[in-house]
Ligand binder design. Structure first.
Ligand code: ADP
Ligand code: ASP
Ligand code: MG
Length: 468
């Protein structure tokens, strides 16, 4: 029984053209595989809108959240109006969209009434509706084209811990749910379209898996249905040597090892969720990244071996971060306190300490804000840190600064020392604030001033392209 799990990203389902591509991909793959499981993300920008609406509700701004819900409704209805759907299918979908969005208005109204007492858990319960809308649209489109398909909410499939905004699935409990609620559909040749990003605790409280979490959903489902492969469909040709939005010359990498892909995701390649590789690696399930708009391209294949031992770097990534710096004190003891307080002040905004550098007269601790925390998190954390540094005489003179982590990646590099030396040689005119080598020679991370980041990226990318 070969099973394929395919996840469609928000970047590639938001227009009629994109959905037509999705349809033709699914119809084609349904002929090649015994079983298909599809995972849908929210349309691009929808989750951002939902997060904003929840914040407006917390501030009691009824007009603000109503406007966002009205815009979401218009956008989804306009999309289904353009799709080639029969009258019954369209009317049912229309009713589903209205019901889901009216429920949201009720939730926001309840939040507005208790305002500051709204918990992070309550906010989490509202931000997954974008996935529910998208899954219903895709399932209707497939049914219209003679595939047996149903939309399924992962609140009854993915069982997670209770960390709001960044929950982690429990694979064993999820496997049981999937055996009961999903596998019977596969046995009846139905193609389920499940919601990415969302899950629920074992007591039924809705949770989300961190920004970009639909990738993680695909990986957990894949493990639980013993998938043969998992394919992530997005808007670029695969995992690339750099983010093509920054480096025009970036090119797709044909094969990567799990380790390399996980390093890339952790250090900023948001095309993959940072924690999705772990479960696949354990079960040795191959992962492909492909472009919805160019399905004939082979994309990137990620597996245990990747391309084997190598002489050259594979990719360059970057991720914005924060540093706290003390110019006149060599004291490092306040650093853990700064970290703890920032995490406490911004509980939904995850933070990893990844390196510190110090001399007798100068301390610097650098924090990475994972892509799963979303792009606003860095701002929230910076404010929390500044406030906390001011609150203690020990840290009053410390300053917070925005920095960038730039990471060169290749696991199994057999000449790591030489490569590191040539990177440092190429960057000799750049001020490197701190530097760290991944424990298994899989990555070299440089902390640089934001103003230098673009040049560093470009210089290292040139080395990658000219050596590869
Ligand atoms: P989706 O909506 O499909 O989940 P995302 O926006 O989450 O899409 O991820 C795809 C984006 O990831 C690409 O458009 C690209 O700009 C960005 N990205 C960053 N680094 C890389 C990389 N090394 N390779 C490919 N894409 C990357
Ligand atoms: N829609 C969610 C987000 O924007 C999850 C995802 O896109 O994978 O973060
Ligand atoms: Mg994504």
């Amino acid at each position: 029984m070969n099973t394929l799990v395919m996840k469609f990203g928000g970047s590639s389902i938001g227009t009629t053209d994109a959905l037509t591509q999705v349809l033709s991909i699914v119809l084609h793959e349904s002929e090649q595989w015994d079983r298909l499981v599809l995972v849908a993300s929210a349309l691009e920008g929808v989750t951002d809108g939902l997060i904003e609406a929840a914040h407006l509700a917390q501030m009691g701004q009824q007009r603000g959240y109503r406007r966002i819900v009205a815009n979401l409704r218009t956008r989804h209805l306009a999309l289904i109006d353009e799709l080639p759907l029969g009258t019954t299918e369209r009317a049912a979908l229309h009713a589903d969209i209205d019901r889901l969005l009216f429920d949201m208005l009720d939730l926001y109204q309840g939040m507005a009434q208790i305002a500051s007492k709204v918990t992070n858990e309550a906010v989490d319960a509202t931000i997954g509706v974008g996935e529910k809308l998208a899954a219903r649209i895709i399932a209707a489109l497939l049914r219209q084209n003679n595939l047996r398909s149903v939309a399924l909410d992962t609140t009854s499939l993915i069982v997670t811990d209770d960390v709001p905004g960044n929950a982690t699935p429990n694979i064993e409990l999820t496997r049981t749910q999937i055996a009961e609620n999903l596998v019977p559909l596969l046995e009846r040749d139905i193609v389920p379209v499940v919601t990415g990003f969302i899950g629920a605790t074992s007591s039924g409280k809705p949770t989300t898996l961190g920004r970009g979490g639909s990738d993680y959903t695909a990986s957990v489902l894949g493990v639980c249905v013993n998938a043969t492969e998992i394919w992530i469909w997005t808007d670029v040709d695969g995992m690339m040597t750099a983010d093509p939005r920054d480096i025009f010359e970036a090119r797709a990498i044909p094969t990567l090892s799990y380790e390399e892909a996980a390093e890339m995701a952790y250090f900023g390649a948001r095309v993959l969720h940072t924690r999705m590789i772990g479960p696949l690696r354990e079960d040795n399930i191959p992962l492909r990244i492909k472009n919805v708009y160019r399905p004939q391209q082979t994309g990137t294949l990620i597996n245990e071996t990747g391309s084997g031992r190598s002489h050259s770097l594979k990719a360059i990534t970057y991720i914005p971060g924060l540093a706290v710096e003390a110019k006149r004190s060599g004291e490092t003891s306040p650093i853990p306190m700064v970290y703890d307080r920032a995490v406490m002040a911004a509980p939904n905004s995850q933070l990893d300490i990844i390196m510190s550098a110090q001399s007798a007269s100068h301390s610097l601790a650098c924090f990475l804000v994972p892509t799963t925390a979303g792009s606003d998190a860095i701002h929230t954390i910076r404010l929390a840190m500044e406030e906390n540094l001011q609150a203690s005489p020990l840290t009053k003179t410390w300053v917070v600064k925005n920095i960038t982590f730039v990471t060169a990646i290749s696991a199994n590099l057999d000449n790591w020392g030489t490569v590191t030396a040539s990177i440092l040689q190429a960057l000799k005119h750049i001020r490197i604030l701190a530097l760290s080598q991944g424990p298994s020679n899989s990555s070299l991370t440089l902390v640089v001033e934001n103003k230098d980041a673009e040049e560093v990226l470009s210089l290292i990318h040139t080395m990658i392209v000219s050596n590869g």
